[in-house]
Design a protein around this ligand. Sequence first.
Ligand code: NDP
Length: 331
Amino acid sequence: MRWALIGASTIARQYMIGAIRAEHGEISHVLSASAERARAFAAEHHISASATDLDTLLADPEIDAVYISTTNEKHLLQALAALHAGKHVLCEKPLALAVDHAVAMVRAAKKAGLVFATNHHLRCSGSHRAVRELIMSGRIGKVLSLRLHHAVFLPPHLQGWRISSPESGGGVIPDITVHDADVARFLLGEDPVSVVAQMTSSGLGNGVEDSAMSVWTMPSGAMVMSHESFTHPFAGSGLEVHGTQGSIFARDVMTQNPIGSVELVTGSGRQTIAFEQHDLYREGVRRFQAAVAGEGEPAATGLDGVKSLAVALAVRDAAERGVRIAVNYGD
Ligand code: NDP
């Protein structure tokens, strides 16, 4: 499959170029707002063509799919243009800055008969799949609660638009709460109904929140507690799922890499759970390319991206207004 990268980004550089190539995708173009940055990025990553004009790039009939990893406010128009040009789209989270916009992207893909996926990598990890399997097979009985620990330290090279630009979709909620919303939906198989939340700026956020805590109501009655931050160097990440018959402790699993541990605790004692340690992003690309070939769905669909955004925006709304907010998933 022939790919174009829309966005000369860190995530493309660090993970996605390798993931696409490992799955035998060919990357023919990279697009940047800056001709110089596009050229340098293309040279650094052995990509044959660089571009600054999206429509010209999309007119190339040889391109099958685009991977969009620009700043968040650009995803909407770039995805719509790509879909209009007949390209399949793997889009970074958050899909957009508003739920209605994300819904419009999903609708455009459906109308065009194209694959449109969200790059939620955590549901591709062996650790999260192992936790889900424990829950779904009834090993912990009825789920009572899920605690998501995702307070990390934003590395200095990423301390740009994320901590200072509301216009670009900055803030920890569009950055990390969207991932946690997808994790909760993936693990529990249900969608949050309403949320209460608080947020703050604790040292890095300048005009946007850098920390958030929220509690989500699930249809089953399970309680979900979610904590995201850019300012916690030593907190470590993880998740815990507590049920009537057991608890699952997954440590260091809210991560881009296939690391961490999963432990099951029941009346019979403690048990380490083995899981597959494949590359998360490569698995996402594999599922995307298979979907384009007509085999199944992407790991996270466009609708999954709509729903994770809807939960995240409800969290911000709840924190701003100090009231419980019903999650609006759009029409
Ligand atoms: P970056 O800040 O690295 O890149 C975003 C954009 O910033 C690029 O498209 C580029 O614009 C511009 N840019 C990059 N370097 C410079 C520079 N030196 N000067 C000026 N502008 C520059 O962001 P990330 O890679 O961290 O994130 C990109 C997207 O990917 C976001 O939507 C984010 O939410 C998502 N993401 C997803 C992850 C996941 O695991 N699913 C992980 C990390 C990010 P241009 O293209 O015009 O050159």
